[in-house]
Design a protein around this ligand. Structure first.
Ligand SMILES: [Zn+2]
Ligand SMILES: [Zn+2]
Length: 181
């Protein structure tokens, strides 16, 4: 319990896991996970708090992944961060399986199979997929960020701009569309 069974950079070694529960704390870099730096930079490293429950040749991983997406606010372009926390689950079975079954498992995000002789399981592709799917496409510096004035480009976080543009009320916008003929 609670020991670090030599998971290195995200590789699970079966021989280090005894029957029952083992706690794993992983800290991975963007490089470990081959996540493109130009898309979403992640700082600090991705942290995974996992519990592995071994029952014979079945290893059930549950826990949480945490990471921080950094980038620009999509409204005002200021530096922004968004903390992510996602619950994860994966059941790895080490046994022979028919091709049909292997195909079915390949489609399942929460299941994996490996051959009886295999000694280690690389968690990184699984973690990578979760991070890519769960990272927000755009982030805001704060929820109520008013963004830039569409007319003069001033940052409205600094106060009203010279042209003093109030956010357009969609009801008036709709009225403007009405043509009286
Ligand atoms: Zn902003
Ligand atoms: Zn303005």
């Amino acid at each position: 319990m609670g020991l670090d069974p030599g998971t290195g950079h995200g590789v699970l070694r079966f021989e280090d896991l005894s029957e029952g529960a083992t706690s794993l704390e992983l800290a991975l870099t963007a490089e470990d996970l081959s996540v493109a730096r130009d898309e979403l930079e992640m700082e600090p490293a991705v942290a995974a708090s996992l519990r592995v429950y071994r029952a014979g040749e079945t290893f059930t991983l549950t826990g949480q992944l945490r990471w921080v997406v950094t980038g620009e606010c999509y409204r005002c372009l200021a530096p922004a961060t968004a903390a992510q926390a996602v619950s994860v689950r994966l059941v790895i079975q080490r046994r022979r399986a028919a091709v049909d079954e292997q195909r079915a498992v390949a489609e399942d995000d929460e299941a994996a199979l490996c051959d009886p002789g295999v000694q280690a399981f690389d968690l990184r592709p699984w973690l990578r997929e979760i991070i890519l799917v769960e990272s927000p496409i755009r982030i805001a510096c704060r929820e109520a960020c008013p963004g830039l004035c569409p007319t003069c480009g001033s940052d409205l976080n600094q106060g009203p701009c010279p042209c003093n543009t109030a956010p357009a009320d969609p009801r008036w916008a709709a009225l403007k569309e009405v043509r009286f003929t």
